[in-house]
Design a protein around this ligand. Structure first.
Ligand SMILES: Cc1cc2nc3c(=O)[nH]c(=O)nc-3n(C[C@H](O)[C@H](O)[C@H](O)COP(=O)(O)OP(=O)(O)OC[C@H]3O[C@@H](n4cnc5c(N)ncnc54)[C@H](O)[C@@H]3O)c2cc1C
Length: 610
């Protein structure tokens, strides 16, 4: 994309969103009939709508609670923080979580065409093969092993370099719709930041794990450069990728309707026959809107996400009977696992100050201004991607029996946990106090150890039968002591890397929490680290497993191996909620693979053209 085409494209994107031009219309659907009604146009819903509507003989309705995602802030990764707590974000909140000092956690979820893929970090991780093999073997989900899913990952992908040229690597695809931008270490050091090399080499030199060129085609474990769903500077969200770029948006048999919140699945006996919904953008508009009912001749498919799908099942009378009765909902199917088994990843930010040249959002120099220009106008360079540009997958050693890596560490050549400014507002974004509130350390890099295999699990339950009132989300973060240990071990590994060359010679000090030092003693004390983890850990936004898939014998599951809701006909769930267990890495790519496979299952069952 040249500058001559990019600048008008950027202006158009901004103009469209500011003035409300373009995008699918909010058309009434009351009384209409479609073969498939899909609720939620997020990562899973967009894939499904695209794939199912490939058969011109079936009609597909894609309902989305949020609005069009054609917005400047959605397209540009440097604007990602600006999407939080806006109309593009459901902005759920947890209950006060007792094991994180009673904090109420901010839980963003995309509310727009493209769902969470429109507001996420676009970091691309398919997760290790062991995850899917465990789904198949440990959890009895035959047909969901890595060997079966790998072709679906590859089918989605278009692996490319920063300029959009194909990159050929084993076990990757080049013909799919989803842009995956790949950098070698040398390219990343040159094109993004030399600090990527410093951080990468220090992790390797410290013996934390081996260097790896690609965490997908080789061993998942190791130190690598992050891959991104960004296409020459523009976010590759699911709606743009699967609905717009594939041309599905122009198909006569696909109808996309935004600003339409499903409030109930219509169930006749034990068969889903349609969806009740209201149209509007805000809660006030939704409360005033009239109920509409759209009919599904073949199936209703929920792709409303790990909070949204159980929420809708519960509102529809599918869930633990006693819980439903307690809020005045008549149970239709007693399914105890609906909303249970909620898992998520948590991380802490461990920053280190430097007196060397590094990008800074607190004292932006010419380098940052140039990088911002390159990102926005040329679609390349440091700000065109999330700054989480080094990625490590390794073992914490907390559970020696563990076969899967349980620790992910991001390395970021930037510091954002200082005072609020227009680039970074940690308090607003994650509801934790900034570690450097006075702005003493404008120049720093950050490492972020992430707990991948939490043993704590939470739930989504109804507060009331009012479909507009948000559900109660209880994560129970860090309730299991091993979860705290993994993060403490992660902090120690980050410190080890920072104390190893080349970072050693570039680092002046770790930026410590001064308030904690006063009450918890030395920074290397167990007390300091545990208190640090409990006061600073936040979600990495990867909730899963609230409508777990499982074989018929598994009472702790919601959907069967074809993702059909147990005990109800013509109703499926396809999204992150069906994961039998959380994966050891970022969740977006796994959702795409699950949705691609689900589309094939559905096509086969209904005899649709593939
Ligand atoms: C801030 C953030 C950063 C993240 N960063 C990354 C990352 O860098 N890499 C990564 O791999 N993963 C990341 N994730 C996670 C990843 O984006 C999600 O796991 C994935 O998008 C989930 O897909 P889904 O289809 O399950 O749900 P979603 O994509 O959330 O889709 C659900 C859709 O359903 C709609 N919906 C919900 N309820 C209703 C209703 N009642 N009626 C109609 N529509 C409804 C929602 O508005 C939404 O569009 C991030 C997530 C967030 C929020």
């Amino acid at each position: 994309m040249s500058i001559r085409t990019r600048v008008p494209a950027l202006m158009a994107a901004a103009g469209v969103s500011f003035f409300g031009w373009g995008g699918p219309a909010v058309t009434p659907v009351d009384g209409k009939e479609y073969d498939f009604v899909i609720v939620g146009s997020g990562s899973a819903g967009s894939v499904l709508a695209s794939r199912l509507s490939e058969d011109p003989n079936v009609s597909v309705l894609l309902l989305e609670a949020g609005k069009d995602n054609n917005h400047f802030d959605v397209h540009h990764m440097s604007r990602v923080a600006q999407l939080q707590n806006t109309a593009f974000d459901w902005a759920f909140r947890s209950q006060p979580e007792k094991s994180t000092n009673g904090r109420v956690h901010y839980l963003p979820r995309g509310k727009a065409l493209g769902g969470s893929s429109s507001i996420n970090g676009a970091v691309y991780v398919r997760c290790p093969p062991e995850d899917y093999n465990e789904w198949a073997q440990k959890w009895g989900c035959k047909g969901w092993d890595y060997k079966t899913l790998l072709p679906y990952f590859m089918k989605s992908e278009r692996l490319q370099d920063e300029s959009g040229n194909p990159v050929k690597l084993p076990a990757h695809g080049n013909d799919g719709p989803l842009a995956v931008t790949y950098f070698t270490l040398e390219q990343a050091e040159k094109q993004l930041s030399p600090w990527i090399g410093h951080i990468y080499r220090s992790f390797v030199n410290a013996g934390i794990d081996k260097a790896t060129d690609d965490y997908h085609s080789g061993d998942f474990r190791g130190v690598a450069v992050t891959q991104h769903n960004v296409d020459r500077g523009i976010r590759a969200d699911s709606f743009t990728t699967w609905i717009k770029k594939t041309g599905a948006i122009d198909r006569k048999n696909l109808t996309v309707v935004p600003c339409s919140q499903a409030t109930k699945i219509v169930i006749d006996g034990k068969t889903a026959t349609g969806v009740q919904l209201r149209q509007g953008e805000t809660s006030d508009e939704l409360r005033k809107a009239k109920d509409q009912v759209v009919k599904a001749k073949k199936e209703v498919i929920l792709s409303a996400g790990a909070y949204g799908s159980p929420w809708l099942l519960l509102l529809s009378g599918i869930g633990p009977a006693s819980q439903l009765q307690s809020v005045g909902i008549r149970p239709i199917v007693d399914l105890p696992a609906v909303g249970k088994n909620l898992k998520d990843h948590l991380y802490v930010s461990v920053p280190f100050a430097t007196n060397q040249q590094i990008f800074s959002v607190y004292r932006p120099g010419l380098d940052m201004i140039q990088a911002s220009f390159d990102g926005l106008v040329r679609g390349r360079g440091f700000t065109a991607y999330l700054p989480y540009q080094v990625i490590v997958h390794t073992d914490s050693g907390v559970d020696p029996k563990k076969l899967k890596p349980d620790l992910q560490i991001y390395g970021m050549p930037l510091f954002i946990a200082g005072p609020a400014n227009s680039f970074a507002d940690v308090k607003k974004a994650s509801n934790v106090n900034p570690i450097d509130p006075t702005g003493k350390y404008p120049y720093a890099y950050t490492m972020m150890p992430t707990l991948l295999n939490p043993k704590s699990a939470g739930s989504v339950t109804l507060k009331s039968s009012d479909p507009i009132e948000y559900p109660i989300v209880e994560h129970r973060f860090l309730e299991h002591p091993d979860d705290v240990e993994v993060l403490i071990r992660g902090m120690q590994l980050c410190r080890k890397a920072a104390a190893t060359e080349p970072l050693k010679g570039l680092t002046t000090e770790e930026i410590l929490d001064q308030d904690l030092l006063k009450t918890a003693g030395a920074s290397d004390s167990r007390e300091y680290m545990e208190k640090f983890v409990r006061s600073k850990a936040v979600t990495v936004y990867h909730p899963t497993s609230t409508c777990r898939m499982g074989p018929d014998s598994d009472r702790n599951s919601v959907v069967d191996l074809s993702l059909k809701v147990k005990g109800v006909k013509n109703l499926r769930v396809v999204d992150a909620s069906v994961f039998p267990d959380i994966v050891m890495g970022n969740t977006n790519a796994p959702v795409y693979a699950v949705a691609e496979r689900a589309a094939d299952i559905i096509k086969e069952e209904h005899g649709l053209a593939k």
